[in-house]
Design a protein around this ligand. Sequence first.
Ligand SMILES: Cc1cc2nc3c(=O)[nH]c(=O)nc-3n(C[C@H](O)[C@H](O)[C@H](O)COP(=O)(O)OP(=O)(O)OC[C@H]3O[C@@H](n4cnc5c(N)ncnc54)[C@H](O)[C@@H]3O)c2cc1C
Length: 377
Amino acid sequence: MADWGMMDKLYATGCAAKEENYLLRWQDGKQIGVRCGSQWATSKFGYPWHVMHRAEYQRILAEEARRLGTEIRLGQDVQSVDCSDETPTVHLAHGETIVADVIVGADGLRSVVRTSVLCYVKEPEESGDLAYRVTIPRGDLLNEADPFIQGALHGKTNAIWWGENMHVVLHTVRGDEVVNLVLVCPDDLPAEVAKQPGDFAEMRRLFEGWEQRLYTLLGKVHQALKRKIWGMEELETWTKGSVALLGDACHPSVPYAASGAAMAVEDGAALGRLRGHFARDERDKKHLPHLLRLYESPRKDRTTTVVRSATDNRELFHMVDGPRQQERDRLLRAHDWSDESRSFPWGVADLGFMHELFGCDTLASADAAFARFQQPR
Ligand SMILES: Cc1cc2nc3c(=O)[nH]c(=O)nc-3n(C[C@H](O)[C@H](O)[C@H](O)COP(=O)(O)OP(=O)(O)OC[C@H]3O[C@@H](n4cnc5c(N)ncnc54)[C@H](O)[C@@H]3O)c2cc1C
């Protein structure tokens, strides 16, 4: 977003850089560790660590796309695509067909474009977890004296409570006007149900015995959405002819690295950059399938690494109480976040891995891929 000069627009929506991210014990709220925040991230990776509301982010991207001349048609149900090299075609449910130079399937977890690319239906896998997603308006918490809750309302605090087979994430969005909670627990939805309105009394019962501050927050919740969490193994390919996949269509993940949407945006940035180079280079359209494979190769490596880290985080966050959990907590309490020479057994605090995760320059890697493409004419 900084490369496109759009940070000010994001900040205007209440997008904020956060300084503190507490890792807390489920039972008593004791601090297991504090993940370093934005100043530290800027010093290490060149950018702060932002939290923003996804609807605002999407709106800003859509407005910019329209400003640049993109026509956005809503309510178009794609049934399938033909993955030809030179005339890839979209088939819409109402019978219309659209022929394009390139088709990008950014159609999420149950992507129909994926089916056309792979030539078979690849179903996502149940992760065994579900998430309750709840929000609390700032006004409902203003009278809470607790400094931790007040810290959250003043943009300072993010927190994750780690518990047995469950965890809870707290942050604020929209300029601290809304507290957002994601509560992850074992999945009890029937196999065929992906989401349903959550029973908040049932949700509170699930978190009985968790520390008081969390329980105070849950007491303010009157609505909850309950949603199954899915994952998928790495696909063998993301492209066929002049059709490519992007985002959850090709790398859905458990959300425990908070990176699914971020990776989708990176995919889009890489693809756009490559397509721009291709146009400026006045390449013949017949090379577009090759260009898409250039997009796929670095993006597949990158997203597979991030998806694995999210899966590892599930094990880390959900440890049952006992010697392993005590060792985890001891290591985190003793961890020095500034010591580049020391590795850490978990990616969440390993500086080498964090450089890979947060220091990745998507546009530079697209430029490098295109430079390789240019060599043999
Ligand atoms: C509990 C939870 C918490 C998360 N937290 C984070 C986080 O903190 N940070 C983060 O980066 N990510 C997070 N994610 C992940 C993130 O939500 C997804 O990775 C992201 O939404 C993927 O974006 P996408 O555009 O690829 O797919 P989607 O957001 O699923 O969008 C796909 C679009 O395609 C449309 N579509 C589907 N099929 C068709 C069709 N046949 N015809 C036409 N249109 C179609 C859909 O209507 C939809 O608009 C979280 C996910 C969950 C479940």
